[in-house]
Design a protein. Structure first.
Length: 258
């Protein structure tokens, strides 16, 4: 079981942030996050990337250039976060040394930071962005294979609140994202199962319950890559026991569940 000592983000404490999609501007320097669960989460990511790469990695041919650009983007940011970066290796804050593999950029990313990354691209004359690549070690009740190659509205088909109106709103936001101005939001999930790796086929029962003991939250960021123009959807997962919530967080949760 991998838990955070505390949630590093909880924007849902503010009632105005609970309305979908709840997106806010993000300082570019704050895009990546190193939480108190870094070492434990990275050990689990390494295990998953070694044991079941076919479940957690995917890259369509059209996403190859964007994946390389994403790796280069993250590598430029890492020294400010306590990483030692050379042209061939990266030493993480926990002391683990990662050999960079530019032939497999998404795998390298999965070994460096806690974030999962999804690459979304908008084909010529298409109405929506399409998921074309990802490293997804900590899926929250969805499966990469179900979503790869599909547009945003279809990706969110199991989500009742993500209707055509919401889909059009989100697509306009994707179209308007500027490379110098990332966006972010955070969700709030209650689980009975503390596993971080929770793939589920579409519409399958989930280990979610309003009185679940484990509070799981995803810090979801949107960043446009200036070279390829692809949009990166990053997901930083944090999880605590319900009793570890701060007072304001616990009170907000009770209001949400009421």
């Amino acid at each position: 079981m991998i838990l955070n000592a505390r949630l590093p983000f909880a924007p849902w404490v503010d009632p105005t942030r609970r309305r979908l999609p709840g997106v806010m501007p993000l300082d570019r320097a704050d895009w990546l996050l190193i939480s108190d669960a870094y070492a434990a989460q990275m050990a689990e990511r390494t295990r998953l990337l070694d044991a079941c790469a076919g479940d957690v990695l995917a890259c369509l041919p059209q996403a190859r250039a964007a994946a390389v650009e994403l790796l280069d983007t993250v590598l430029r940011d890492l020294p400010d976060l306590g990483f030692d970066v050379t042209p061939t290796h990266v030493t993480r804050p926990d002391g683990y040394r990662v050999a960079l593999d530019r032939a497999r950029p998404l795998r390298s990313l999965g070994l460096l930071v806690q974030e999962d990354f999804c690459i979304l691209q908008k084909p010529d004359r298409a109405a929506e962005h399409v998921l074309t690549g990802a490293v997804l070690c900590f899926p929250s009740s969805w499966t990469l294979a179900d979503k790869l190659g599909k547009p945003l509205l279809r990706i969110h088909a199991p989500v009742a609140s993500y209707d055509a109106k919401m889909g059009a709103r989100v697509q306009r936001m994707f179209d308007a994202i500027r490379s110098e101005q990332p966006l972010w939001r955070a969700n709030l999930l209650r689980y009975t199962n503390p596993s971080l790796f929770q793939p589920r086929p579409e519409f399958a029962p989930k280990d979610k319950r309003n009185d679940g003991d484990f509070i799981r939250s995803e810090r979801q960021c949107l960043l446009r890559l200036p070279g390829t123009g692809a949009v990166v959807f990053s997901i930083h997962t944090a999880q605590v026991r319900r009793e570890a919530l701060h007072q304001a967080e616990a009170q907000a949760l009770l209001k949400i569940e009421a």
